[in-house]
Ligand binder design. Structure first.
Ligand code: PLP
Length: 383
């Protein structure tokens, strides 16, 4: 298989490997690297999944997913996100990650252009190139002052060959939650086109700032052109369960179903069945976790701004994207030096886009004590 040069091992995993080596030598690492919440899945779900396995949900299933779970998801998207959709529009996938690549595989053809808002999740660029090696990626950077969408640049990037725009709000790695005004402007740019929107909403419930969640799939102007992608990994502490979903535009349903049939047949049957319990559990823990995230986002922003770095306070997600140019190091060297000298693991900005080599991503998903020790380490490293 031809693998394009954009398809490289994940940089986030490379640094976590180094950290693991230090841990194996008995050193304590303050991990501000990987993006997963540190709580376990609700116990009721662990029980309902194991009950589903005991009750016979162990065979092949429908490639788009279990009807009863798809119905729950369609109702959720309608009620919470204002997206007009029905059960048959929903496809259950192995994480939001698989939904992303399926959407790209379904729509991309050689020579198509993809507008990728940068900085972005590390897998978008490799996934575009795996889905269609001859796709052309046009990266459009967020504005540096506040991580808002740069409409002049987006407009300039759109051409007759633009097939889709990938958008992620709340955003990894910037912590930005795009506003209603930003979505309005984006949708008005796209309303007379045939451009698809791939909306990655995986951090939907990790939103602790002043802006509510907006799903572009709720706009009539782009009806039939939005893949709404979401999942359970981040908000339910089940990153390892590998379960996500997407609402598929009607004209792409058949392609998506065919792709799933030949790639994985269906997502693990007993996990799908057990997950229906999600719609009955008490989600109070999410409020507490969001309070923790808000507190840590504020703490990191204040401490690092005072230490001479530039930090824009995150509004959602699990990360601060910090401008470390004051240290005079490129992001890889900053992260490597910080790990070597202070045993603090962060992720270099270059992993999220070529123009972000003066940034590092700091995760505040973990425990307050570890985050505080990590930030103290960064402050010492700066001196
Ligand atoms: N989208 C974004 C923006 C992410 O940050 C991640 C994981 O870090 C994913 C998708 C993948 O989510 P999942 O674990 O559900 O595949």
């Amino acid at each position: 298989m031809f693998i394009s040069k954009e398809v490289q091992p994940s940089a986030t995993l490379k640094f976590s490997q180094k950290a693991k080596e230090k841990i194996a030598k008995g050193e304590i690492i303050y991990s501000l690297g990987l993006g997963e919440p540190d709580f376990d899945p609700p116990v009721e779900l662990i029980e309902s999944v194991s009950a589903a396995a005991k009750n016979g949900f162990n065979k092949y299933g429908n490639s788009m997913g279990l009807d009863s779970l798809r119905l729950h998801i369609a109702q959720k998207l309608q009620n919470e996100n204002g997206i007009p959709c029905e059960k048959d529009d929903i496809c259950i996938t192995f994480g939001a990650k698989q939904a992303l690549i399926l959407a790209l595989m379904a729509i991309l053809q050689p020579g198509d252009e993809v507008i990728n808002i940068s900085p972005c999740y590390v897998s978008y660029v490799p996934q575009i190139k795996i889905a269609e090696p001859n796709a052309i990626i046009k990266n459009v950077d967020l504005c540096r002052g506040d991580f808002s969408l740069d409409f002049q640049m987006i407009e300039a990037a759109i051409s007759g060959k633009t097939k889709c725009i990938i958008l992620n709000s709340p955003n990894n790695p910037s912590g930005k939650v795009f506003t209603r005004a930003e979505f309005d402007q984006l949708i008005s740019l796209l309303s007379d086109s045939e451009i698809y929107l791939i909306s990655d909403e995986i951090y939907e419930y990790l939103n602790f700032g002043q802006y509510g969640m907006i799903s572009p799939g709720s706009y009539n102007e782009v009806a039939g052109r939005v893949f709404t992608i979401n999942g359970f990994s981040k908000s339910f502490g089940m990153t390892g369960w590998r379960i996500g979903y997407m609402a598929v535009p009607k004209k792409q349903r058949k392609s998506i179903s065919t792709l799933v049939q030949h790639i994985n047949t269906n997502v693990t049957s007993f996990i799908q069945k057990g997950l229906e319990g999600i719609y009955n559990i008490d989600r109070g823990y999410l409020n507490s976790y969001n309070m923790h995230l808000r507190k840590m986002a504020g703490y990191i922003t204040d401490e690092l701004n005072a230490a001479g770095l530039q930090v824009i306070k995150p509004q959602g997600g699990l990360f601060c994207f910090v401008n470390v140019s004051a240290k005079g190091l490129k992001s890889d060297d900053f992260a490597a030096g910080l790990l070597d000298e202070q045993n603090v693991a962060v992720t270099p900005g270059i992993a999220f886009g070529e123009n972000w080599d003066d940034y590092v991503r700091i995760s505040f998903a973990g425990k307050e004590k570890e985050i505080r020790s990590g930030i103290e380490g960064i402050k010492k490293f700066l001196q």
